[in-house]
Design a protein around this ligand. Structure first.
Ligand code: ZN
Ligand code: ZN
Length: 157
C-alpha cells in the first residue's frame, strides 16, 4: 500500500467512524488527519500542531490533542509512550519498535520476514491481518556496551 492509498483509506475509516459515533465531520479534524500523513516517522502532538501553524492553518492545541485521540481511537494513528511525551505514527506500516529501557531510544526495525511469521498465527482464527504494531522493550546496544565491564580485552601488549 502506498502512502497515498493508506491516506485515502484513513480518511474513509475516519469518516465512517465519526458517523457511527455521531461526531461532527469538521474540516479541522480532516486537516489534522492530512497533516499527520505528511509527518515523517514518529511525531508528538506539539510537533503536529507546529506543522499546521507553519502552513498557516490555525487550530488550537486542544483541538489537535482532541483530534489525535479520536484518530487513535478509530485506529488510523497509533501511539506509543516513551518518556513523558506520547509519540504517534500513521498506521498501516508493519514494523517493530525497539525501545531501550535505559535511555529511551526508539529504533524502528523493519523485518518483513520476521513480521510475516508473527502474523501467521492470526490466520488460524479466521482473521486476515493487515499490519502489525508491536513494541519490544529492552536494552539498546549503546547502553549494553556502557554496562559491560570496563575492559574485556585480555590481550597483553
Ligand atoms: Zn539505551
Ligand atoms: Zn514506528
Amino acid at each position: 500500500m502506498t502512502r497515498q492509498e493508506s491516506y485515502i483509506q484513513a480518511v474513509k475509516i475516519f469518516n465512517r467512524w465519526l458517523e457511527q459515533k455521531h461526531l461532527r465531520k469538521t474540516p479541522e479534524r480532516f486537516a489534522i488527519l492530512k497533516m499527520a500523513w505528511q509527518m515523517s516517522g514518529h511525531f508528538g502532538v506539539d510537533a503536529l500542531h507546529e506543522a499546521l501553524e507553519n502552513t498557516s492553518y490555525h487550530v488550537s492545541r486542544a483541538t489537535v490533542y482532541n483530534t489525535v485521540s479520536l484518530l487513535e481511537d478509530c485506529g488510523v494513528l497509533r501511539r506509543y509512550q516513551t518518556g513523558s511525551e506520547a509519540q504517534y505514527e500513521t498506521a498501516g506500516r508493519s514494523h517493530l519498535h525497539l525501545i531501550c529501557n535505559r535511555c529511551g531510544a526508539v529504533r524502528e526495525y523493519d523485518a518483513s520476514a520476521d513480521i510475516a511469521s508473527l502474523l501467521a498465527p492470526c490466520r488460524y482464527e479466521g482473521f486476515t491481518p493487515a499490519w502489525l504494531s508491536a513494541n519490544v522493550y529492552g536494552i539498546c546496544a549503546d547502553c549494553a556496551a556502557k554496562a559491560a565491564p570496563e575492559n574485556c580485552n585480555t590481550s597483553t601488549n
